[in-house]
Design a protein around this ligand. Structure first.
Ligand code: PMP
Length: 287
């Protein structure tokens, strides 16, 4: 089956899909993106993801390439054409094509829009054995709240993690605190059973999964607090886990080679993953 990509108004064969070499996303990483998870033909948290896209665009003064209604239609059309049941939709908006100059183009330029999809196996409510993370210095800029395609520090951190046999990197700030993962938010469960994740400010991306989980914690009457936590505190925690649109809730069983708790998937992370999967299955079906 041919796989389609959406590129600036057209659905094209994914293998042939391309953008102009003067696209400012390609030249200068002058663009933003979003990833929406799809489960059983349902978009997970579509509204909040598109709201965050809107915020990223506004922060960088990039216009909307199409209306919000048109984007919702394109997402569904691409899902339908690619028979996407489980996986993700990737969308990217750049400032557009212009003669290369760091400053914004002085002539009107249409923002460029690309969407692709990725099929994957339906995520299990059971997390399996959990994952290992490796700490890496957080060398990113001071606007990590914007979901830009400028991801080089994240790429290098993730690669360092993978080369050490870990799945994710945990980024450590100048105070020795964990900001977030290279592409996920970071959480711990303290020995008192309190869930801790860093507060949202310019230092991290306000994850949509993080936000949904916060609501689930409230509904389950779990103790939850947003504050910085150090790498040392994380290593002594009862449990740890990551959240993202693609990982859902994934238990962390090892940090820098040291076992978290008893080194097994914890009860809280297991329960929260089950709750999240239930939440994801409750949306309106598209395909
Ligand atoms: N932090 C970073 C740096 C990310 O790239 C992501 C994934 N987009 C997240 C956190 C998790 O965000 P979400 O739950 O919206 O996928």
């Amino acid at each position: 089956m041919a796989r389609y990509a959406y590129v600036n108004g057209r659905y094209v064969d994914h293998r042939e899909a391309s953008v102009h070499i003067e696209d400012r996303g390609y030249q200068l990483a002058d663009g933003v993106y979003e990833v929406v998870g799809v489960r059983d033909g349902r978009l997970i948290d579509e509204g909040p993801h598109i709201d965050r896209l809107d915020r990223s665009l506004r922060e960088l003064r990039i216009g909307w390439p199409v209306t919000r209604a048109a984007l919702a239609f394109i997402m569904r059309e691409l899902m339908r054409r690619n028979r996407l049941r489980d996986g993700l939709i990737y969308m990217q908006v750049t400032r557009g094509v212009a003669r290369r100059d760091h400053a914004f183009p002085t002539v009107p330029v249409k923002p460029a829009l690309v969407l692709t999809t990725k099929n994957s196996k339906r995520a299990d409510a059971d997390p399996g054995p959990g994952i290992a993370v490796k700490s890496q210095p957080d060398i990113r800029w001071e606007r990590c709240d914007i979901k830009t395609v400028a991801l080089l520090p994240n790429v290098l951190a993730k690669q360092a993690a993978r080369e050490s046999g870990a799945y994710e990197a945990w980024l450590i700030d100048a105070d020795g605190c964990v900001t977030e993962g290279a592409s996920t938010n970071a959480w711990i469960v303290t020995q008192d059973g309190e869930l801790v994740t860093r507060q949202t400010d310019n230092g991290i991306l306000a994850g949509i999964t993080r936000h949904t989980l916060k609501s689930l914690c409230n509904a389950l009457q779990l103790k939850f607090v947003e504050r910085p936590f150090s790498l040392a505190e994380a290593k002594k925690a009862k449990e740890a886990f990551i959240t993202s649109a693609t990982s859902f809730v994934m238990p962390v069983v090892k940090i820098d080679g040291e076992a978290v708790g008893d080194g097994k998937v914890g009860l809280t992370a297991r329960r929260l993953r089950e709750e999240y999967v239930r939440f994801a299955a409750a949306g309106e079906a598209v395909t």
